[in-house]
Design a binder for this molecule. Sequence first.
Ligand code: M6R
Length: 602
Amino acid sequence: MCGIVGYIGPKEKKEIILDGLQELEYRGYDSAGMAVIEDHKLQNFKAVGKLVNLREKTKEYNSDGFGISIGHTRWATHGKPTELNAHPHLGKYSYVVHNGIIENYQELKQELSDEGFVFLSQTDTETIVHLFEKYHNSGLNSFDAFQKTIQRLEGAFAILLITEAQSDTIFFAKNGSPMLIGFDSNDVYFASSDTPIIGKAHEVCYLNDGEYGYARPGDVKLFDSNGSKEINKKPLVTNKAMAQKEGYRFFMEKEIYEQSTVVSDTMIGRASANGIKFEELSSLSLEGITSIKICACGTSYHAALASSYLFERLAKMRCSVEIASEFRYKEPLLDPDTLFITISQSGETADTLEALKMAKKAGLKSLTICNMDNSSIVRESDAAILTRAGIEKGVASTKAFATQMMVLWMLSLKFAKERGTISDEKFSEEITAMLQVPKSLIISDKLHGKITRLSKRYLHGHGFFYIGRDIFYPLALEGALKLKEISYLHAEGYPAGEMKHGPIALADAELFTIALMPQTSHYDKIKSNVEELSARDATILSISPLPFELADDFIQTDHATHPMLEFFEMMVVTQLLALEISIRLGNDVDMPRNLAKSVTVE
Ligand code: M6R
């Protein structure tokens, strides 16, 4: 996730770009940059770190004549957060900013390097500007060169490109990453979302995937694969707070809805019908590694626990999981044949970081699965896989968990393949299911509406038990944590088969049991466990593809062909249930009491 802003007109461009990027800083802030063409003169500024550094760098610069400008705030996917990797990326006479991932960039980079183009950065984005100049140098006009360029790109992108060869024009394209155009008489704006242009533009056109075109003062032309198109302008909303949440009531809600997209981003270039690939792991050899130990906290710990079933089942690797704060003081026995994995959304969790340092000291190879490039845990680890969830604002983690789970599933399959512990047939079944996950994460109005209605029955009572078996047990822990964090109601996650060993003593009508009952994983076993609870009068909310006659309430799920598809779908149901209960209780969903987004103290 990155943020993009563009402007064509006579106003002070530096301020429009900087103010716009400020609104988008939540999308990424490891570097920022802008490029302006005024009077045929091109100026470019970049700075590592937050936007304030770019402001400082440009404080002597003014740009108040007519001109064109593009800006970008970066959240690294390819290459470290350095000035060279910051956008805009430069060719000989053109600049580009990009949000998304160009999946075939390596192939394009090879082709361009063979033809003599010199790359300055490690990014996928730089291929775009060289490709454009290659076609322009071959004699095409700027628009045809741009059109030919985007036809070569695979993956997700929102792009703005400017060139000295046509210095009054911004070329734009959108496919899979957000982009809109704002209009105010002859002035034209571009942005990744509404907020940068509120109060500046009066009308807006939200671009659709596959659309591209060019803009000059008062003249915007739009195309798709069928040729030229009408521009569909709408009045622009004026409420900034609302616009940041893109119509959702809370950031957490928006983030739950984003899961389909960010999980798909996490898979780009890594999972395909041909198998699993992690470029990030090229320097991490598995030679001599026989087991895995994972350390994490909170939600990340739940992802770790769920993945231990996958590593053992698919890759046949012994996998132990520990809460980082416990691991630190237990005087753990560590063997160098163990791969030490940490999982962290923030990359700054103190306990996880210290656990990692201990493992390194004991000579273990380390890998982190993290959402924040350049964070302390990423810097400390031998290798890192980034989860590409984008900035998560809600304190209760949702989309970070979804992307962690996807990375861990991919990783267990990669290890399984390398170790020869999976048949070709099983491997392709897994990949087929995996490719369906983004679809299974799309939330229907019907499902959300049902959960909203149901939530009113779950505001009181003396406690919640979330129960599940196998990978659905860690999911039960995570469902209970979500509810606790934002509703302040007491909830516990439990392995369903363990209830009869004690907790069933609590069962009565005021004990709410949220039963995760997947069709593809031990259905009959969990059914018996729920029957035992129902016989003791517990109130049962069953989440399952199969209707369950003893359930007091029932939420029907759709995807019953693979346990992981059921896992992701049930994850969404538990997140929405916590959200709706919390909203009904009038709590601050995004900033629950007593919690912080990043826990950097012991
Ligand atoms: O940034 P991390 O993933 O290392 O954070 C770990 C926990 O603090 C975090 O998952 C916490 O439990 C969340 N609030 C869960 O929603």
